[in-house]
Design a protein around this ligand. Structure first.
Ligand SMILES: C[S@@+](CC[C@H](N)C(=O)[O-])C[C@H]1O[C@@H](n2cnc3c(N)ncnc32)[C@H](O)[C@@H]1O
Length: 220
């Protein structure tokens, strides 16, 4: 994958208005971000590691999840490809340790970590890239380490097609294109990817679009 991941231009543009979108400011994405702050809190509660644990966060965006992780007493190492997003996150959280990079391009020299988290970002990878990223995570995590993600995923192809059709009928063309263009995984494929990388996984739907994905290393 190139230094800048695909879709980077989109986030360079979106950085300024992103925090408005997650609180209902973008009509097409109201349901995608339904319960956004609760979803981030669920990720932190599911992580549930001792204070001082090292947590790697991918796709930090404007730093909303990072703030909760710092408040929970973790050492947070943030990775974010978009310069505009990094700037927003840094202006909100000057204390955040933040690096340029992405799921498949992690800065060298980082320590092993206790947790890997991400919200609303894993779908930027194709299924094969998700497999590759999960294999890399299993090498980065200390024994007993956890992955906790929340992101859009679909129970099956039918559910995905129904939501695409619904977006079109409502005139939500941006959302419809997004659903067709990005790599939102199906639940079965996601389970398989976690298992193959040596994780047991727990999946739970949090709103019409977003699922919690919690993986524990099984030591495979
Ligand atoms: C929808 S935003 C989510 C931001 C934040 N995690 C949140 O929950 O509000 C997606 C973020 O993922 C970043 N991103 C895009 N492609 C990525 C990749 N391949 N690896 C890691 N992050 C990526 C974007 O730059 C953007 O900041």
């Amino acid at each position: 994958m190139a230094k800048q991941p695909r879709f980077n231009d989109l986030f360079e543009e979106w950085a300024r208005d992103y925090d408005r979108a997650v609180t209902g400011g973008h009509p097409e994405y109201i349901e995608v971000f339904q319960g956004y702050h609760e979803i981030l809190k669920t990720v932190v509660e599911t992580l549930s590691l001792p204070r001082g644990s090292v947590v790697l966060e991918f796709g930090v965006g404007t730093g909303n999840l990072s703030r909760l992780l710092l408040d929970a007493g973790y050492r947070v190492i943030g990775i974010e490809p978009s310069a505009a997003m990094r700037e927003r996150a840094k202006s909100k959280l000057p204390e955040l340790e933040l690096y340029e990079g992405h799921f498949l391009q992690v800065p060298e020299g980082l320590p092993p970590v206790d947790g890997i988290v991400s919200t609303y970002a894993f779908h930027h990878l194709t299924d094969e890239e998700k497999d590759q990223a999960l294999r890399d995570f299993s090498l980065r995590l200390r024994p007993g380490g956890k992955i906790v993600f929340a992101d859009t995923a679909f129970q099956d192809e039918g559910t995905k097609r129904d939501l695409e059709r619904e977006a079109e009928e409502r005139g939500f063309y941006e959302l419809m294109l997004d659903l067709k263009r990005e790599y939102y995984p199906l639940i079965g494929r996601l389970k398989q990817a976690f298992h193959q990388a040596g994780f047991t996984v727990h999946l739970k739907q949090l709103n019409r679009y977003v699922w919690l994905m919690a993986g524990d290393r099984t030591g495979k």
